[in-house]
Design a protein around this ligand. Structure first.
Ligand code: NAD
Length: 493
């Protein structure tokens, strides 16, 4: 039984200097619950004036925050982690209501985000710097310094987890952080702001600017924002990267994906079918780590048959939530219709599912599996971002890897096999930043960092782990020599 209760939150605001603040913009964005096709809140479509106010508030607290002992900053993360744990039901409900995830998926995403909070509690060890004598009488000391006021822009599909990739590392390393969450899913981030305040974070260190394109452009252009992290589609990642770096600022922009799973006949039947299904249909296929192409090498029919059996058991609302919007529904359905017209065999058809009782107006799409797909068709090349798995058949692993390597993205790839040699070859040749061996969603766990390659990322480094900390800090090297002196205390030597 799903239980995502409808609630109208009315007018939500920005979060500036530790409290909810009105925007100077008269434009409002309507937040629609994909479970109900009904408005659940509005947020302001903020402008550059609103950003100026957030930046000024952040700048005024930055000197104090930077001076705060890093152990005290990490202590706030300990308390924040506890608050995420004790409030997980409340936060998961908000995520489900505006994003369409199942409650279970929403909780799993909070727990994944919490891993970065846990990692941030270790920053007193990681940012301890370095010091050594580099020449006679000369010492070099290296420290990680915060940049100042920094910002993050996040997508709809993980409303809490993706902001949690950025917030803990940016603020624990001493920066003041401004978040522009997705205008489709802002509810949970306002709760995160409340938990951070309750954990003891000084007002102004974390702020939320709701809005859309205008707010993002203002962030890219603002002269006092020192670095911008972005997660979203590749099209916008490239725009944000180009615009931010043109101002001489640091940017790391994670984009879209088209992940391939290579399946060979020796793969374990049961766990491979389950792995393929979980990867392609989990979060209704709306995740950058979803595999949306399975490349079957030689005869993998027994695995595909098992996959079909498992997919037909899927219960909407329990195993899979909704699509984010009506327009996303139309886009995904368009890819399926087009593939069918081009000659794909629709092994499992999710276009007309039976919605769960009480949620008939939701944007539901069931698992869809297409077979006999040509590598050049749109469904095989473009990011569909929905619960659709395209199966391409090849005779050899070389052919399979050519298909994987030729895709423009490079977030993730996976191989299902019981052969160590096959696993090693595919891991080595995949053109992706994250590779799974018998794991369909190969998200590295902290402290291993998250980030793809190719057009799945603009900028250098990864968003979490040590790489994330490096993004939010600059190195300072102090080289010191103290002159010999004849001070009075010398006689005691
Ligand atoms: P999106 O690119 O439409 O939006 C992301 C952010 O950019 C939002 O905050 C939005 O307000 C802003 N934005 C949208 N259009 C803009 C424009 N023209 N100019 C400036 N800002 C703009 O992405 P989405 O639909 O919210 O999220 C889905 C996408 O995110 C998918 O492509 C998915 O693969 C990707 N994603 C990638 C990762 C990763 O780690 N690589 C993780 C999660 C999601």
């Amino acid at each position: 039984m799903i239980k995502i209760e409808f609630k109208d939150f009315g007018e939500r605001k920005n979060w500036i200097s530790g409290k909810l603040e009105d925007s100077s913009s008269s434009k409002k964005i309507s937040i629609i619950s994909p479970y109900y096709d009904k408005e659940i809140a509005t947020v302001p479509d903020s402008n550059s004036n609103d950003l100026d106010i957030a930046v000024q508030a952040a700048e005024s607290i930055f000197p104090d925050w930077k001076r705060t002992n890093i152990r005290d900053r990490a202590e706030i993360m300990f308390r924040f982690k506890t608050l995420l744990e004790s409030n997980i039901d409340e936060l998961a409900h908000l995520i489900s209501l505006d994003n369409g995830k199942t409650i279970e998926d929403a909780k799993a995403s909070i727990n994944r985000g919490k891993e970065v909070v846990e990692f941030a509690t270790s920053l007193p060890n990681i940012l301890k710097g370095d010091s050594s004598q580099v020449a006679d009488g000369i010492t070099c000391t290296m420290t990680h310094e915060p940049l100042g006021v920094v910002a993050g822009i996040t997508p709809f599909n993980f409303p809490a987890m993706v902001p949690l990739w950025m917030i803990p590392l940016a603020i624990t390393s001493g920066n003041c952080f401004i978040l522009k969450p997705s205008e489709k899913t802002p509810l949970s981030t306002l709760k995160i702001a409340e938990y951070l305040k309750e954990a003891g974070l000084p007002d102004g260190v974390f702020q939320i600017l709701n809005g859309s394109q205008e707010a993002v452009e203002a962030i890219c252009d603002h002269p006092d924002i020192k670095a911008v992290a972005f997660v979203g589609s590749s099209k916008v990642a490239k725009i944000v990267y180009t615009r931010t770096t043109a101002q001489g600022k640091r940017a790391l922009c994670l984009g879209g994906a088209k992940n391939h799973m290579i399946v060979v006949p020796d793969a374990d039947l049961d766990s491979t079918a389950k792995g393929l299904l979980a990867s392609s249909m989990g979060s209704a296929g709306q995740r950058c780590m979803a595999a949306s192409v399975a490349v079957g090498v030689a005869n993998v029919d027994p695995i595909i048959n098992q996959l079909i059996e498992e997919a037909n058991k899927f219960v909407l609302g329990l195993d899979m939530g909704t699509i984010i919007s009506k327009s996303a529904f139309d886009r995904i359905k368009g890819y399926i219709d087009e593939a069918e017209n081009m000659g794909a065999k629709v092994l499992v058809d999710g276009r007309n599912p039976v919605p769960p009782a009480g949620y008939e107006n939701g944007y539901w799409l069931g698992p869809t599996i297409l077979d006999g797909v040509d590598p050049n068709w749109p469904c095989a090349k473009e990011e569909i971002f929905g619960p659709v798995l395209s199966i391409i058949r090849t005779d050899t692993i070389d052919e399979a890897m050519k298909i994987e390597n030729n895709n423009i993205y490079g977030n993730a790839a996976a191989v299902f096999t019981t052969s160590g040699e096959v696993a090693k070859t595919i891991s080595e040749t995949a053109s992706s930043g994250m590779v799974g061996v018998n794991i369909g969603v190969p998200v590295p766990r902290e402290p291993y960092s998250f980030g793809g390659w190719n057009e799945s990322k603009y900028g250098h480094g990864d968003i979490t782990g040590k790489s994330g900390v490096e993004f939010w800090t600059d190195l300072k090297k102090v080289t010191a020599r103290w002159p010999e002196s004849d001070e009075p205390w010398k006689k005691y030597f």
